[in-house]
Design a binder for this molecule. Structure first.
Ligand code: SF4
Length: 452
């Protein structure tokens, strides 16, 4: 079973042909059943997260694609891609199901894929098999004549949706009222906004417009160093865990990382707490990575003595602390590839990537820390049926002219600022050793960066 795709694994479990358990019996259901009007994100880790009003909803997928057998969809995708040739490029995120990823020209994390668009400037269409914020970033970094297509518009990201532009703007106004706008004697402004790549283009634009920057899970520490050179403190959104884990590794005390709850005045904090803050954490999280626990790590160590536990920094802090290492998906891949044959890994990240790594590295024992099969439910929305549908539309037929479906575009006024925030990230270089500035009114001493 270890080499089966997650979809196959789920089918085997749900039909009783294999042991094991899934987080929802609905995982055996096709995503279009949920696009028809179920208010959650669909079965899987994000099922309980609420989709914000106004998020795009996918229209009905034509019956042809809903009823086609997997082999038929596979063939349709192959034929359409062959017909389109260099005119199309298909990008597949690490967390996508194998049935989709096998057709991707590039496989990677969100930023690697956005950058991959630049390597194919002549492709007319970029089909992004990922989630909404990723397609937006690809649109920001691709050429003006390239169309970025998200096969299923309902493929959002519950974490990204936890911070919207209105709530962040409201937070910013409260912080501006509290801190003012004047730089200190070293020229550092009161707050620098930092957004994780997993956020809307509107929030990237907000950061660009307000002296801020974007980070990824690979460069979060470098970006925080950049921010502390220019600001007295950081507002970090939307992922509290990446912010906390990174800041903690840099030596920032937890009591200087208040959490901002946008439903409460001052985010639920007192003015003195915010005065002494070094990193203000938005209350967002990833439902997938929140599933990992310290108990799972203890169980893995008991059943596999000598196991190497690597988790993603979107996991809660106690889990990161209990692991042997933590890092981005790219870090996890490189760590596994560099290990001596016969190594055993327990991995705390999305199951599609873990199972694919296990299949790619038969010389190792690799398993997911969470024994329950539970893929990212927003990534799950991209099914081979949707991929075949948008590719067939690009090809067109004698009766139906070629068409671009589900194009994702970022408005020009947002795009310019968002690109600025991305360019700042690309230009930010690690500095060693760096120091975290003392808060304006704090009595505690300046912390030295430990480096992660
Ligand atoms: S794994 Fe988490 S952060 Fe990534 S797309 Fe899914 S919900 Fe969003």
């Amino acid at each position: 079973m270890i080499n089966a795709s997650v979809d196959q694994t789920i089918r085997l479990i749900s039909t009783g042909k294999s042991s094991g358990s899934t987080c929802s019996p609905d995982l055996a259901t096709a995503p279009w059943e949920f696009d028809a009007g179920v208010p959650g994100y669909g079965p899987g880790s994000s099922m309980g997260d609420v989709i914000p009003t106004g998020s795009p909803r996918q229209g009905e997928l034509p019956e042809l694609y809903r009823t086609a057998a997997p082999a038929e969809l596979d063939e349709r995708i192959r034929v359409a891609k062959a017909t389109l040739g260099e005119r199309v490029v298909v990008l597949g995120h690490f967390y996508q199901r194998d049935e989709v990823v096998r057709h991707a020209d590039f496989v990677g994390d969100s930023f690697q894929l956005a950058q991959a668009t630049r390597s194919r400037p002549n492709a007319e269409a970029i089909v992004f098999c990922g989630v909404h914020f990723m397609a937006e970033t690809a649109d920001l970094l691709s050429g003006p004549d390239q169309a970025v297509i998200l096969p299923n518009l309902a493929a959002g990201c519950s974490m990204a949706d936890m911070a919207d532009i209105d709530s962040v703007t409201e937070c910013w106004e409260q912080l501006t009222e509290l801190y003012g706008t004047e730089p200190d004697a070293d020229g550092r402004v009161p707050v620098i906004p930092v957004t994780y790549m997993n956020s809307s283009a509107a929030l990237k634009g907000f950061c660009g417009e307000n002296g801020g920057i974007v980070c990824t899970s690979s460069n979060a520490e470098t970006v925080l160093e950049w921010a502390f050179e220019r600001g007295q403190r950081v507002l970090f959104f939307p992922d509290q865990h990446l912010g906390r884990n990174t800041a903690k590794a840099m030596g920032i005390p937890l009591e200087r990382m208040p959490m901002w709850n946008p439903t409460r005045p001052l985010g639920g904090n007192t003015a003195p707490e915010l005065d002494s803050a070094q990193v203000i954490l938005w209350h967002g999280f990833c439902s997938v990575h929140k599933r990992f626990t310290v108990d799972q790590i203890a169980a893995a160590r008991q059943t596999h003595p000598g196991v190497r536990v690597i988790v993603h920094p979107e996991c809660p802090m106690p889990v990161v602390d209990a692991a042997d290492e933590y890092g981005s998906t790219d870090y996890i891949r490189r760590a596994i590839a560099a290990a001596p044959a016969g190594s055993t890994f327990a991995i705390g990240t999305e199951i599609n990537l873990v199972q694919r790594l296990a299949a790619e590295h038969p010389e190792h024992t690799i398993f997911c820390l969470d024994p329950v099969v539970c893929p990212c439910s927003t990534m799950y929305r991209i099914h081979a049926g949707y991929l075949a549908w948008v590719l067939d539309a690009l090809v067109g037929t004698a009766e139906r002219p070629a068409a671009v479906l589900n194009r994702i575009t970022v408005a020009d006024d947002v795009a310019d600022h968002a690109r600025l925030a991305l360019e700042r990230m690309l230009a930010a270089l690690p500095t060693a050793p760096a120091t975290v500035p003392a808060p304006v009114t704090a009595s505690a001493p300046v912390s030295a960066l430990a480096g992660a």
